[in-house]
Write a new protein. Structure first.
Length: 361
């Protein structure tokens, strides 16, 4: 196993309601190799800070727990990793570190089988609908509408915009202008990034309900499951959440308590392929459509294998400029690649200037 840690500048500074200004993101890549020389690649990331801890967890604790394991026993390996760092934190840094290794192992397994990951996972439909995830809270209305035009020129047929301004009526005005700009039948979502209390979220959601939104995302903090349920029940708009839920059990709770309409696991922090697919199945059992957060270049395989998938997010932290081949958006959808494994090949030379550290147990 080899682990690399990078601090990657963003092309433009991005903003949302809780993370503030984001000038860069942190990236951890994990490469695994089996005794036959086959390889797999995984990664995880964090906003602004914290990801170095993922690399330390992989190098110091996860690698010793699993080196020498049988790669086909991914469930057994996942449990070995989970219990190796369980006491240090159930979720959070622990599951982000586990995610990177788990993605690499599934990539390796599918490569050995000479199948694309989405087929290896059972296969449903390689054509996955996508939306553009704008990170644009501080954009002027003119910039917001110009961005929407660029998204449509790039092939998107659904857009998500940020809400959570200091004065909530500004949010309503911005959504109204966006709805007028894109038209009545264009799928439009909003994302509050945990910026509201449940009471405030209900008030704003009711004001936004006339604009026929697909969902309001993360209206309040992920810990307030009862608050999410109230917003969904009383706000008049569907609720999406999940990027800050880091275990299968957290997803089971929000679904069981009817606090979510669109579960959104992030493959890079929920526990990797192993857990994402379980969240998707759990959502199917609750008759809920599954969406996603981040890491669209890998997530496309999980969405292509899920019969209950809906829009997949393409995120502003995308790694397209460091990939030898990236997903192409055509008429609002992407096609899961047919290359073996997840098909990602990083341009590590392009990433090299941003590498902070490396380790090879």
């Amino acid at each position: 196993m080899r682990t690399d840690f990078y601090q990657v500048p963003l092309p433009v500074v991005l903003t949302d309601a809780k993370h503030g200004e984001m000038s860069h993101f942190e990236l951890v890549t994990v490469q695994v190799e089996d005794s036959d020389g086959a390889t797999g690649l995984g990664y995880t990331y964090a906003v602004n800070s914290g990801a170095e801890a993922f690399a330390v967890l992989v190098d110091r604790y996860l690698a010793p727990a699993i080196l020498g394991a049988e790669v086909d026993r991914t469930e057994h390996i996942w449990q070995q990793m989970w219990w190796a760092v369980h006491y240090a934190g159930r979720g959070g840094h622990a599951t982000s570190a586990i995610s990177a290794v788990d993605i690499a192992l599934w990539d390796l397994r599918a490569r050995r089988a000479k199948q694309p990951l989405w087929r290896f996972l059972g296969g449903y439909d390689p054509k996955v609908p996508v939306y553009a995830g704008g990170i644009d809270l501080e954009f002027s209305i003119e910039e917001l509408l110009a961005q929407a035009d660029r998204f449509r020129e790039e092939g998107f047929r659904a857009i998500k915009m940020k809400v959570g301004r200091r004065f909530w009526r500004e949010d309503v005005e911005r959504v109204a202008r966006m709805r007028e700009h894109v038209g009545d039948d264009f799928p439009l979502m909003v994302d509050a990034n945990m910026g509201w209390t449940a009471d405030h979220a209900i008030k704003v959601a009711r004001a936004l309900s006339e604009f026929d939104l697909v969902w309001v995302e993360e209206p309040t903090i992920p810990d307030d499951v009862a608050g999410h349920a109230r917003v969904l029940r009383d706000g008049g708009v569907a609720v999406a959440t999940g990027e800050n839920l880091h275990t299968l059990y957290e997803f089971a709770r929000v679904m069981g308590e009817e606090a979510v309409s669109f579960p959104q696991p992030d493959i890079c922090n929920v526990g990797g392929v192993s857990v994402f697919r379980k969240v998707a199945t759990l959502a199917e059992a609750h008759n809920l459509p599954v969406s996603s957060h981040g890491a669209h270049d890998v997530t496309v395989h999980l969405m292509a294998a899920a019969p209950n998938r809906t829009f997949m997010e393409t995120h502003g932290f995308g790694l397209d400029r460091f990939l030898t081949e990236s997903l192409k958006i055509v008429d609002g959808a992407v096609i899961a690649p047919e290359r073996p494994g997840h098909g990602l090949t990083f341009d590590f030379e392009a990433l090299r200037p941003y590498r902070i550290g490396t380790s090879k147990p």
